[in-house]
Design a protein around this ligand. Sequence first.
Ligand code: UDP
Ligand code: MG
Length: 310
Amino acid sequence: MKLSLVVPCYNEAENVAAFLEAVIGAFDGCGYDYEIVFVNDGSSDATMHNLKKLYQVQQCPIKVISFSRNFGKESAIYAGMEYASGEYISLIDADLQQRPEIVRDMVQILDDKPEHDVVAAYQDRRGEGKVLSFFKKRFYGTINHLSDVNLHADASDFRTFRRSVRDSLLELAEYHRFSKGLFAWVGYDTCYIPYTACERHAGKTKWSFRKLINYAIEGIIGFSTKPLRYSLYIGSFTAIAAIAYLIWVVIEKLAWGITIPGYATIIVLILLLGSVQLFCIGIIGEYVGRTFEQSKDRPIYIAKEVLEYN
Ligand code: UDP
Ligand code: MG
């Protein structure tokens, strides 16, 4: 098997058949074998029903892994990579925003240039709002500053890579997964190519602003301990400021006696120091929580049903 397409699907009932059509169209006459590994991420619509229909026909080799509930795209990618048998593995969305024709180009690049191990597509023009793109820019600026890995600002999960990269990624069995960071962490030689994301074929995006914020926190906490260091800095800074203020209060008392009650100052200081403490405890809590979850050593996903071909 030359190529495995790993396709996470969450409520993509109207897209899976069109996706298969598009793949077959794009790889027509390509001269190598390919398979599609669909991962049904606990969809609540007819996605699994439709995937089973495609599986029975087997227009091209198809595997279907169905989760017991929604575990998230990252878990779906992990499961798909486990079941992928190809020499190259490609991660692609089910909604046809990422054209399968581009995967064919990616395979060509890996064939022609043995020095590259990963071909990653990044969006050259974003069709999204100014606010979102502002926050995305800030996010990548922050994460590159805070963490030890370096992320390409517009790179997506849309990638094709060699089996060795897949093996390395599967070794990172962490519970909180952040693909872009994991790719950066395992290293390998990456070739970036631009692509334009198309409109969604059907259905709507699963990403809300809240989910994006959570994803951003995931990325920062998962790849850096610098926030802990910064909370130490903030603590040190407020301590120095407090000592300086204390000295000033003593001098003031000795020189002039107490002239003003200082009610406002006390309230402001209590609120300020209280919030700094809560902020720093919150940061520590994020790390402790993750350690707790990882220490339970739970599986990344639970497959309810696996349909493989022989
Ligand atoms: N997806 C998934 N599990 C989830 C959310 C999304 O498997 O919990 C899949 C979804 O079916 C799609 C891909 O991840 O194939 C990308 O999702 P989406 O199109 O909603 O994201 P966007 O393209 O808007 O970034
Ligand atoms: Mg999409």
